[in-house]
Design a protein. Structure first.
Length: 163
């Protein structure tokens, strides 16, 4: 991990606590401040499936308000009625699982397999979701979207553009 003290202080302030399992700043905002962090997939010896955390306060607030406005329910209805979105979501989850796996060390994977915990990562996608047709949190989707574009992040971008 190559994170300087000032960046670590910003991350801590934005999280409101010391980061656990911090590995990298995955995305910086236009001012160079950390917007998305990447965390380890094994924290304190246990699987931790949420790979990316959105810490940009402006985006977090915007997503909070969007979620409070009912967008998750609207998007979930679209997932049920538009097979293309459901297929894209499943593909997003599979790509995310593969990306997360690339960050694991061989030792971490071996320990998880030996403990029977590998499925907690191998079968869970963005935000640790096991049901690839369910949207639980736009924050995790958007954090992942900022790293590697995905279907739900794209729909969120389109929603904001239309507002």
């Amino acid at each position: 991990m190559d994170i300087d003290a000032a960046t670590l202080a910003t991350i801590t302030a934005r999280l409101g606590r010391e980061p656990r399992g911090l590995r990298a700043v995955a995305v910086r905002d236009a001012a160079g401040e950390p917007a998305v962090i990447r965390v380890a997939s094994v924290v304190d010896g246990k699987p931790f499936p949420t790979l990316f955390w959105l810490i940009d306060p402006v985006l977090k607030l915007r997503i909070d308000r969007t979620e409070a406005g009912g967008l998750i329910a609207e998007l979930q209805a679209r997932v049920r009625s538009e097979p293309g979105i459901a297929e894209a979501m499943a593909a997003d989850h599979r790509r995310h699982i593969a990306l997360r796996e690339r960050y694991l060390t061989a030792g971490e994977r071996a320990r998880l397999e030996a403990r029977g915990q590998w499925a907690a990562l191998a079968e869970r996608g963005i935000g640790g979701i096991a049901d690839f047709q369910r949207i639980r949190c736009l924050h995790t989707w958007y954090a992942a979207h900022l790293v590697e574009p995905n279907s739900i992040g794209g729909l969120l971008d389109a929603h904001w553009a239309a507002a």
